[in-house]
Every structure is written in C-alpha cells, then in structure tokens.
Write a protein that binds this ligand. Structure first.
Ligand SMILES: [Zn+2]
Length: 94
C-alpha cells in the first residue's frame, strides 16, 4: 500500500512539473509571437508606401524599387530601359 502511494505521489509530482514547464513554455512562445507581431506591424507601417513603376506601371513597395531623380522604377532594368527609351525618342525628335 505504501509503495502505491509513493508511486502515485511521484507520478503526481512529475505531472505537476510537466504542467508547470508546459505553461512556462507556452507563455514564452506567446510572448515571442506577440513581439514578432508587433515588429511586423511596425515594419509594414514603414513599408506601406506603394508606388508605380514609371516604365511598366507595376505597383510595388517603395523600398523594393529604384529612384532616379523624380521617377520610380520596379528594377534597374526598367530604369535602364526607360532611359534608353527617352534617349531614342529624343534622338528621333532632333
Ligand atoms: Zn517596371
């Protein structure tokens, strides 16, 4: 009888310990997730500025594009192509 009580007592302690660890762990995970979410929202607020590419008119976040004087491009390729295009039209006109 004493052994059964001892074993059930140990099992109870193990279960309590497991529950305690589980709670601590999930609390920590929630804390990390909350921080990550906070970080994300503050980041998206900064990034939210969307602009259209002068060449292809695709809308992308400002920080992913390229600025050339007053114009905005989705990539350096389109910046080059736009400059090339401007040069060509200018040559034709003159
Ligand atoms: Zn483009």
């Amino acid at each position: 009888m004493g052994r059964i009580l001892l074993v059930s007592g140990i099992l109870f302690l193990v279960w309590m310990g497991y529950r305690f660890l589980n709670n601590t762990w999930s609390a920590r995970v929630q804390e990390v997730e909350r921080r990550a979410r906070k970080k994300n929202t503050s980041q998206t607020k900064e990034v939210e500025q969307i602009r259209a590419c002068t060449y292809c008119n695709v809308h992308i976040p400002e920080n992913e594009g390229v600025y050339e004087q007053k114009h905005f491009f989705c990539s350096y390729q389109h910046l080059d192509q736009y400059n090339e295009h401007q040069k060509n039209t200018h040559n034709k006109q003159s």
